[in-house]
Design a protein around this ligand. Structure first.
Ligand code: IPE
Ligand code: IPE
Ligand code: MG
Length: 251
């Protein structure tokens, strides 16, 4: 289905290797329907399923979803508890399907504030899917980009480093095993990073949509990727220096 929709794809273009998404707007989605905020989080999980399936089919290598930030602990206690419970239930109910679809699950962030039950479930899900090589699905939970940079620097200190290089720091970030995101998407209309992958987004293409996360689906993802395909990624160089197939403004 996607291949058909993508006939306008510039020749030689591949799906982004790594897509990172801030799934925002669940609360507003619920409010619009006079429902409690948590109803939006519940529906957000349906959108996650849809987008994971679409990425798997399109051949995206890495999908990273921001589910809970280090700052989200500031929310009302009932909402935090609901989100933790939703995460636990999702691990219980969805991991077998992820595994049968050859998807590897990773969870990014500090686990110290999670319940022992949740921390153990995460570990089990990661272990079970560790050998899968279809799509790497990373869920950022109790994750913050600043936390990540600081923990990487602390690792270097613990190793006795006296100087820090970009390579050494990048090698200790929690996603050091993945390429940096090619495409960053934020739903919900806000245009900010909210302490997501601070370091790794340095050269990502940014895409913002007003769609609220529960309304985001495969078609919306295809639109984001189509926008991505129209970008010219120069990484500091001039357009003329790029190989012909990567230039958008052909001579
Ligand atoms: C994103 O939706 C989900 C989380 C941050 C957990 P929000 O809950 O932030 O929804 P809005 O932004 O209030 O609409
Ligand atoms: C960012 O959304 C975090 C997640 C989607 C998990 P927020 O809704 O928490 O971001 P702010 O507070 O509006 O920046
Ligand atoms: Mg929000």
């Amino acid at each position: 289905m996607f291949a058909k929709a993508a006939q306008a794809v510039p020749p030689g273009q591949e799906p982004p290797r790594h897509v990172a998404i801030i799934m925002d707007g669940n609360g507003r989605w619920a409010k619009k329907r006079f429902l409690p905020r948590v109803a939006g989080h519940k529906r957000g999980l349906d959108a996650v399923r849809d987008v994971v399936g679409a990425c798997r089919e399109m051949g995206v290598g890495y999908l990273t979803l921001f589910a809970f930030s280090t700052e989200n602990w500031r929310r009302p206690q009932e909402e935090v508890s609901f989100l933790m419970d939703l995460f636990l239930r999702a691990l219980e109910n969805e991991v077998a399907k992820l595994h049968s679809n050859n998807i590897r699950l990773k969870v990014l962030g500090s686990r110290e504030r999670f319940s022992p039950e949740l921390a153990e479930r995460i570990q089990r899900a990661e272990d079970k899917t560790a050998e899968n090589d279809g799509l790497v699905l990373s869920i950022a939970a109790d994750y913050g980009g600043r936390w990540d940079i600081v923990q990487a620097a602390n690792q270097l200190l613990a190793e006795g480093a006296t100087e820090i290089s970009e390579e050494a720091l990048a090698g200790r970030l929690s996603m050091s095993w993945a390429p940096e995101p090619d495409l960053f998407i934020r739903t919900g209309g806000e245009q900010r990073i909210s302490n997501f992958l601070m370091w790794q987004l340095a050269y990502s293409e940014l895409y913002f949509t007003d769609l609220l996360w529960p309304d985001f689906d495969r078609t919306a993802l295809e639109q984001a990727i189509t926008s991505y395909w129209q970008r010219e990624r120069r990484f500091g160089r001039t357009s003329e220096q790029l190989p012909e197939h990567l230039r958008r403004d052909k001579p």
